[in-house]
Design a protein around this ligand. Sequence first.
Ligand SMILES: [Zn+2]
Length: 420
Amino acid sequence: MKSKKKFKIFFWTIVIVSLFYVIKSYSFQHINVNNSINNIASVKNALEDNPVSLNDINTDYGKSASVLEEKANILIVPGHEPGSGGGGAEFGSVYERNLVVEIGQDLQQFLQTNPRYNVNITRDNKSWNLTFADYFKNNLNDIIAWEKTAKQTASKLVYLGAKSAPIIIHNTAPVNIAVRLYGITKWANENNIDLMIHLHLNDYPGHSTRVAGIYSGLVIYTPAIQYSNSATTKDVANAVFKRLALYNPISNFPLESSGMIDDPELIAVGAYNTSDVASMLIEYGYIYEPQFVNPKVRSLALKDLAYQTYLGLQDFFTKNNTVSVTSSYDPASLYIWNTPVKDSNSNPEDIYAMQTALIMDGDFPPTGKSRNECPHSGTFGSCTASALKLFQKKYKIVDENSIGQKTFSLLNSIYTKQKN
Ligand SMILES: [Zn+2]
């Protein structure tokens, strides 16, 4: 019986992992490049294009203090397309393509508080931003020709690390969506963009859109090492990842457990060496995670993710290498928490804020539990109850069984007081 069960688990793991690759190809519009790398040095030397370097990005950012027109140009790309046929992950009435717009717009607002950034976003929920709508309309043939040349060039070039010509797989992926995705890259190349950030929420194949799945957590995709935008992207992505990983679980899907993945196939991050621009793709978590599903806490959770992403970029540009859960993180700028939490029926935003304070104090998730087991979700369950007990024990609060005034005041002071 036992070994039969083991076999069953093994069998389904293989099925899910295989399906994952197929569906990932569909959802991101993959191409397939044989990415064995023979000679990275000659790859870099032979590259004829002019990718944005770390120095370029830092110079643009650095100059902005005195020269107004020089700014770090950032393009935010909410994943998938606007409108009801826009694709992406779905769970019940929750649509990835809409949630990532919310993250994108929040991120844009945070970035715009720093005059050294110039920020563009490709779309909202309903339509492409006019620049992109016009670009797609007026340059469709150019985009297709450029894409074709890139593929032909890539197939000839040993320096790309491809042993043989890249083979396009999954031709059934809608061609027009792929063309628009290439179009965004082409536009970014032509418009001095330093950095592209593609925003997504994840899903895995083979589970219902009505029942929550078993995986959770974040993963960031970056260009494979043979591409000219790889090194720059990784430096920026590392800073963003470091920040996000302080507050969020890393994906526990077996193929994503490293948290950062080089991908030669994603159009978004520069397949066929098409992107001169540093480009990363962030999967913030799985679409069915409670903080995305519960409408009473969703906006706060999405804003928090946008804020953490902004702080990650700030860490990169200000060369802040020693980040901690409290450094520069000011949750009170996201949500004013002034109502004590009573129990699981309390306002989910207040519960979320309390969990934030417990995270900042190092009590959440409680000892022995992972972030995947205890999501920052605005849900008051056993994780939050245990974390509170730890907190009260640590601060020698002995006369409050649940959240009394002492506990609330102390938590609130941690929440409100930015430590550096
Ligand atoms: Zn997506």
